[in-house]
Design a protein around this ligand. Sequence first.
Ligand code: F3S
Length: 279
Amino acid sequence: MKIILADSAGFCFGVKRATQLAFKAAEDNCPICSLGPIIHSPQVVERLEEKGVRVVERVEDIERGTVIIRSHGITSGELADIHARNLIPVDATCPFVKKVQDYVTLLCAEGYAVVLVGEKDHPEVQGIISYADQAEVAVVADSEEAQRLPSQSKIGLVAQTTQSFENFHQVADVCLRKAKEVRVFNTICDATSVRQDEAREIAQQVDLMLILGGFNSANTTRLAQICRELQPRTYHVEVASQIKPEWFVGVKVVGVTAGASTPRWIIDEVLRLVGSFEN
Ligand code: F3S
């Protein structure tokens, strides 16, 4: 049986960096916790827990020690609380997310009405808009929502890093009709679209597609949806033990990809297992 593994399978740059920082910090610090699970992988969170990293949801619940800030980032208020409580932050905010936060601060300081394309309740978005200081950021999901924005003299436009370029472009189009001056920072990180495009390409060449990653990971679930549309024999699993040999009856070529928070050891385990099936 032939296995095609996507080059883009697994950790993106920001998640890899956050995970490395977390494991390193766990070696050097005690007590230590992370503000929310460091990534959407129960297996990685469990390994970090074994190394003493507790998951805490609110800064108020941390009395002392080191706190790891995950790749999505946190709000400016939470960061201020961390400092006020004399906690030691290990900032694993993805540099691409940090950049959006900085652009929002800059645009507000220069008097732009800031519009952010993204999901209102996502922690990354909550973090980003908190950097507007006193100003308010209008969060819109798409061009339809952008149509409802009031006209402004100047608009500053940014995006949540995981947005699609098409959606961002459509909102930019609407903003151009709402203001005489529009300043656009394309803050989309292409790790997601690169992974999705590669998954689409592989799904069309194989008899069965395996998607690896947390069931609570939005980007992994989306990968599974994309592949299922092209290859009905698509299975989303978190770990190798969930794979059933009977899925592979008559299968000659298997495609494998994994979400941005799936660790390499899980990918390797799956490759070993699938490689052991005779077909
Ligand atoms: Fe950063 Fe892009 Fe990953 S924004 S966390 S490298 S998906």
